[in-house]
Every structure is written in structure tokens, then in C-alpha cells.
Write a protein that binds this ligand. Structure first.
Ligand code: HEM
Ligand code: HEM
Ligand SMILES: [Fe+2]
Length: 446
């Protein structure tokens, strides 16, 4: 069963693609700056490019999550969205806040708190926007005929993500207190509630793509939610090791964050097992690639590479170096970027009524972007380990070290070019599908 209001999702996905392109542009600006080609320095210095790069990342992922919710909730709840016009209004206001924030950064209108650079006045607009989104989703769910575990986990993830944004809006004079609460947003998002969003989308996709019974799939979802909360909440301690809080966090953070990979391992096993178990071989192979890919790559990027620097003994050396960037790229890519690209790949053929499931461009998009991203991760990793050794073991000056390791950024740019080619192909496919039509959705109604 399909619902006409699911069309809204398409426009969220389109905004998503646009912001992804912009994010990549700023990635290249930084990559080139790192090898001395910093021609844009006067207008876009490294710190501005970095803030724009990471903030665009968060915004396009959230846009993708919202699109996913607008697609999934009506279908699962068997209920049209309660108000489609308001959903479009929410989309437009989201785009406006995004543009204002990005333009503002170029005029030094920002706060220097990594990932939360957006000025607190704009935060209030974000809150209004998110309240509108949640209102629409919750009302639809409430009115709907069915409340499935999948939608409840997805909605809880979105709701908690909104609530956790609030501690990041409070002003503290003490830098330690400020850092303490910044992690409630940054850590508890990616290693907590966003995992619920990912789990919800993953579960929806596996139900659709494998044909395995909902009961079986949703049982796994409970396990994943359980493991996430068990490890992720106290795992926040891995950011508190040396920031000036009680030493108990060394033990608590070390133990619980070391357990965090279990939730990602469970997701990978979940996806692989359901795929094997599935009898229905769904024609949308590309959506299957992205779905299983997300579960596996997130385990490597978040689970394995996260574990690599999570113990206090290692983090003492690696903190804030390019080792962090290595992990940050593959974790964000595998867990959140790939799951968004998976739901888009699944939804677009249904929304537009066209089928390009086996297209060569689509497959190339998958492989080039993934191979490119793994290459980038390796380049960051090698640069990071060299940085840790030279700077923190050999006690070389920070800037001298950056000079020594600049060669790795040549490799980074080459791999990023592969990656970007994959993304261009993905977007080419997206555009080639054309716009969503009522006929496509009505056809499925019968
Ligand atoms: C999809 C899930 C994850 C994403 C998207 C992610 C992303 C990131 C990002 C962007 C940072 C840098 C944050 C900042 O400095 O403001 C970071 C830091 C960190 N992450 Fe993750 N992460 C994930 C999961 C994990 C897991 C499961 C672990 C542990 C097993 C982990 C361990 C760490 C550690 C220890 C740091 C601090 C690095 C430092 O001290 O510089 N992460 N993560
Ligand atoms: C053409 C592609 C890209 C290039 C060239 C690129 C390059 C960079 C560079 C140079 C940095 C700054 C590292 C530093 O502090 O020195 C950075 C940061 C970051 N990028 Fe990218 N990036 C690209 C795409 C992406 C994508 C697709 C994602 C997410 C899926 C991503 C996520 C991040 C994150 C989370 C950080 C902050 C890491 C940290 O906190 O240490 N980037 N990127
Ligand atoms: Fe964390």
C-alpha cells in the first residue's frame, strides 16, 4: 500500500542531495588547503570550511531522516500525513535556516563549539522547525491504524534527538561544563538516538526487501535498542577522560564505550542474516546493496575504528588528531549517509513509477563512493598515526608535523575524487528517475 502524501519525501531527498554536494565542495576546499592550495583563504579559511562541511553533513542527514519518516510513517501507520501543506512549509523553513547558517559562517557569525557552531538565536528557529516536523509525524501516527515497532523506534529516535538538542542550547561560563553538555548532543546523538533512527529505517527496509516476517525482524530491533542504550549512555564517558571532570569517567567511559561496537555488530549480523533468510528476491538490487552495505560499513567505521581509540590509554595520544577524522568519516558514512542513500534508493522507484534497479550507473555509484571513502579513511588513518607519533611521542611542533604529513592529503584528494564521482553518479540516477507522480502511488494502491 502506498499513500499520496509520501510524495513529500521526494523533496526532502532532493534537498538532501543538494546539501551533500555542497558538503563535498567544502571537503575539497579543506583537502586542497592542506596541500598548500589555499587560494580561497581570505573568504573561506580552514576553520570556516570545516564548520560548514560538518554542519552541512548534519543538516543533510537530518533532512534525509525527515524524508525517510515522511515516506515510512504513512505506509506503516496506514494513514495519509495529516497535513501535507505544513510538511512542505517545514521543508522550506528547514532549507532557509540551513542557508542562513551557512552564509552566516562566512561572515564569522558562529559559535566555536565543534558541530554546534550555529548561533543560539538560530537554534530557536531550528526548535520551531523540528516541533512542526514532530507534530506532523506524531499526529499521523496517532491517527493511523497501525503502530508498529519499527515506527515506534524510528519516532522515538527522532523525538529523543530533538530533546537532546536542548542541553546544547544552554549557556555555561565554564568551558568544562560547556564541553560536558556539548557531548550530550554530539555523542548521545550518533552513539545513541540516531542509532534508533538507523535501526528503524533498517528494519523497514529489511521487511520490504527480504520478505522475512515482521515479527522476526522487529525482535532483532529490540536487541539493538537494548544494546545501544546499555553501552551508549555511559559510553559518553569516553569524551570525559581528560577534560577536567571526575576521574571515575576513565573507568566508566572505558568500559561502556568498549561495549558500543556490540550494537553495530548486532545491526550487521541482523542485516546479513535477514538477507540470507529472505526468500523473496526483491528486484531493487541497488536498495539491497545500500542497506546491507550500511549495516556492514557502520560496524567497521563506528564499531572497529571507534574501538581503536576509545580506551583511555590510547585516547590520551590520539585525542583530537586525524585519527578522529579517520573514524568520523567512515562512521558517519557507513551508519548515517549510507542508510539515507538506502532509503532513497528504495523509495525513488516507488515514488516515480520508474524502475532502474539494475542500472550500471547505480552500481558504479555504490562501488566508487564506497571504495573512495575507504581510501579516504585510510589516508586520514595513516596521516593520523604519523601525527600522533611525531607530535605526541617525538614532541615536534604542531605546524611542523602538519607539513610532514601533507603528502597524505594528496592521497586523500585522489580518493575523494573517486568518492565524489560515485556521488555524482548517484545524483545523476536520482535526477534521471524524474519527479514523483500521483499515478505511481495510485498504481500501488490497487
Ligand atoms: C555511527 C556512529 C558514530 C559516529 C557517526 C561517530 C563519529 C564521531 C565523530 C564525528 C567524532 C569527533 C567528535 C568531536 O570531536 O566533536 C567522534 C569521536 C570519537 N568517537 Fe565516534 N562515532 C560513532 C561511534 C563510535 C563508537 C561506537 C565508538 C567507540 C567504540 C566511538 C569512539 C569515539 C571516540 C573515542 C571519540 C573521541 C576521539 C577524540 O578524542 O578525539 N565512536 N566520533
Ligand atoms: C570529497 C570528500 C571529502 C573530503 C575531501 C573531506 C575532507 C575533510 C577534511 C580535510 C576534514 C578536516 C580534517 C581536519 O581537521 O584536518 C574533514 C572533516 C570531517 N568530515 Fe570530511 N571530507 C569529505 C567528505 C565527507 C563525507 C561524505 C563525510 C560524512 C559522511 C565527512 C565527514 C566529516 C566529519 C565528520 C569531519 C570532522 C571530523 C573530526 O571531527 O575530526 N566528510 N573532512
Ligand atoms: Fe562518543
Amino acid at each position: 500500500m502506498k499513500y499520496k502524501s509520501q510524495k513529500v519525501a521526494y523533496w526532502f531527498f532532493a534537498l538532501c542531495m543538494l546539501l551533500l554536494v555542497l558538503q563535498i565542495v567544502y571537503g575539497f576546499i579543506m583537502g586542497f588547503a592542506r596541500i598548500g592550495m589555499d587560494g580561497l583563504h581570505d573568504f573561506i579559511p580552514f576553520n570556516t570550511a570545516r564548520a560548514v562541511h560538518t554542519n552541512l553533513l548534519v543538516v543533510w542527514l537530518l533532512t534525509g531522516f525527515m524524508g525517510a519518516a515522511y515516506y515510512i510513517i504513512p505506509e506503516e501507520a496506514q494513514q495519509e500525513l495529516v497535513n501535507v501543506k505544513l510538511a512542505y512549509l517545514q521543508l522550506i523553513s528547514l532549507a532557509v535556516v540551513g542557508v542562513v547558517a551557512v552564509v552566516g559562517y562566512h561572515f564569522n557569525y558562529w559559535e566555536g563549539r565543534k558541530f554546534l557552531e550555529i548561533p543560539r538565536e538560530l537554534d530557536f528557529l531550528v526548535v520551531v522547525n523540528v516541533l512542526l516536523f514532530l507534530g506532523l509525524i506524531l499526529a499521523t501516527l496517532w491517527k493511523g491504524k497501525r503502530k508498529t515497532t519499527t515506527t515506534i523506534v524510528l519516532t522515538m529516535g527522532l523525538l529523543f534527538a530533538a530533546l537532546l538538542y536542548l542541553p546544547g542550547m544552554i549557556w555555561f561560563d565554564s568551558q568544562v561544563t560547556d564541553a560536558f553538555f556539548r557531548w550530550w548532543v554530539v555523542h548521545l546523538w550518533v552513539e545513541g538516538v540516531w542509532e534508533l533512527i538507523m535501526g528503524g529505517i533498517l528494519s523497514f527496509l529489511l521487511i520490504k526487501l527480504t520478505g522475512v516476517d515482521r515479527e522476526v525482524i522487529e525482535k532483532w530491533l529490540y536487541v539493538i535498542v537494548g544494546l545501544t542504550f546499555l553501552s551508549g549512555i555511559l559510553g559518553t564517558g569516553h569524551h570525559y577522560y581528560y577534560i577536567g571532570v571526575n576521574k571515575i569517567w576513565l573507568v566508566v567511559g572505558g568500559i561502556f564505550s568498549a561495549l558500543e561496537p556490540l550494537a553495530f555488530l548486532a545491526m550487521a549480523l541482523f542485516a546479513i542474516n535477514m538477507y540470507r533468510k529472505g526468500e523473496k528476491s526483491h528486484p531493487n538490487k541497488l536498495a539491497i546493496f545500500w542497506t546491507i552495505g550500511a549495516a556492514i560499513v557502520s560496524f567497521i567505521g563506528a564499531g572497529v575504528l571507534g574501538f581503536a581509540h576509545t580506551l583511555p590509554q590510547t585516547n590520551l595520544y590520539t585525542h583530537g588528531t586525524l585519527v578522529t577524522a579517520m573514524h568520523g568519516h567512515l562512521a558517519f558514512w557507513g551508519a548515517y549517509a549510507m542508510i539515507v542513500l538506502a532509503i532513497i534508493s528504495y523509495a525513488i522507484p516507488n515514488l516515480t513509477g520508474r524502475k532502474r534497479h539494475e542500472s550500471t550507473q547505480g552500481k558504479l555509484a555504490f562501488w566508487l563512493s564506497n571504495i573512495g571513502m575507504i581510501g579516504m579513511t585510510t589516508a586520514f588513518g595513516v596521516a593520523g598515526v604519523a601525527q600522533v607519533y611525531l607530535e605526541r611521542k617525538m614532541k615536534m611542533e604542531f605546524m611542523d608535523v602538519q607539513n610532514e604529513i601533507s603528502i597524505h592529503f594528496v592521497v586523500l584528494i585522489l580518493c575523494a575524487t573517486l568518492f565524489a564521482t560515485g556521488i555524482v553518479l548517484y545524483i545523476y540516477e536520482f535526477i534521471k528517475y524524474g519527479k514523483p507522480t500521483d499515478e505511481a502511488l495510485e498504481a500501488k494502491l490497487s
